[in-house]
Design a protein around this ligand. Structure first.
Ligand code: UD1
Length: 309
């Protein structure tokens, strides 16, 4: 049993990770500013420190006594970061450097952090692997890439092991559908459940690699287990399977037993056309792959959201 810090642990992914660590018998400390996360997401056994990830004192307090840090805190919305450039930068990049520095000072505590598939930019229709030269198109992607660059030099300069993960589009229970900045599946699922139309930005033929949250948790835990060997490296979190938004709507609507009403709006600024990951490197080095199909993950999401009322 060990103690782990999860930054952003009251959020969507962090709360699922907390459940998995607690189930394994670990102790969990969470640092969260509750800007989008909710205490109700989190198991009561986890200890919550309310504070900001860009505040060095709060991070130092939270990290004390921890064997590892899962740094997940950040602003997840590409569109929000387009509109709030500096705020996104402070949280997504300064916040990451703040965590790295605190971890180095606390005794070189290993850090697993979430970067993003957004670092690739518009990579075209094929699957991208980690050797692809990153070309982010938005402030969000730039800050994630900046975080990775800090993570890559952390070992050489500070002896700090970090492992970066590039999630593609994560979905699942507890992803909050209530904001226009939420992940597309949570929004579409909530609207279809209410019999409301869904709005597609653009023609709906943009593609995404949707990965279920339980799979993401397994990638995070595998990365921590491999932190000594994989220090300074980055890995995709993806399924290697592609889906258009229109196909996603069809599958979701079928599961809801509804005929979808689809409206179209303008494409979002900086929106990526095709986003598909190559899962081979994570499989080879971390020994982990995504196991949940989109159909099964969406069915699980529906069951959970129907049970929650
Ligand atoms: C997502 C993640 C980001 C992650 C990145 C990896 C969210 C909110 N964003 O960005 O954290 O790092 O993948 O590449 O989880 N769309 C609609 N209608 C809507 C909402 C969205 O058509 O109501 C479209 C968007 O224009 C976009 C696609 O759906 O083409 C996905 O959008 P979104 O879920 O916001 O995610 P990304 O921008 O891909």
């Amino acid at each position: 049993m060990a103690r782990y810090l999860i930054t952003g642990g009251c959020g969507f992914v962090g709360s699922h990770l907390a459940d998995a660590l607690l189930a394994r018998g670990d102790e969990v400390v969470v640092l969260d500013n509750l800007s989008t996360g909710k205490r109700a997401n989190l198991a009561p056994e986890a200890r919550v420190i309310e504070g900001d990830v860009a505040d060095p004192d709060a991070v130092a307090r939270a990290i004390a006594g921890c064997a590892g840090v899962f740094h997940l805190a950040g602003i997840a919305s590409v569109a929000y970061c387009n509109e709030h450039w500096r705020e996104g930068h402070v949280t997504n990049q300064t916040g990451t450097v703040t965590v790295f520095e605190a971890a180095a000072r606390a005794g070189r505590v290993p850090v697993v952090y979430t970067s993003s598939a957004a670092v690739y930019g518009d990579a075209g229709p094929g699957a991208v692997d980690e050797a692809r030269v990153p070309r982010p198109r938005t402030p969000y992607g730039v800050d994630k890439l900046g975080s990775e660059l800090h993570g890559r030099i952390a070992m050489g300069v500070h002896g700090l092991p970090t492992v970066g993960l590039r999630p593609f589009n994560i979905y699942g229970p507890r992803q909050d559908p209530s904001s226009a900045y939420s992940g597309v599946i949570s929004i579409f699922n909530s609207r279809l459940a209410q019999g409301l139309p869904v709005t597609v930005f653009g023609d709906g033929l943009q593609t995404r690699d949707f990965v279920y949250v339980a799979d993401v948790v397994r990638f995070l835990m595998a990365a921590m287990a491999h932190a000594p060997q994989a220090a300074g490296e980055v890995f995709n979190i993806c399924t290697g399977r592609t889906t258009t938004l229109l196909a996603l709507i069809d599958t979701l609507a079928r599961l809801h037993g509804r005929v979808p009403v689809v409206q179209h709006g303008d494409p979002r600024v900086g929106d990526i056309r095709d986003s598909l990951g190559d899962p081979n490197r994570a499989r080879a080095v971390l020994g982990v792959t995504a196991e949940v199909t989109l159909e099964d993950g969406l069915a699980a999401l529906l069951r959970q959201s129907q049970a929650a009322g």
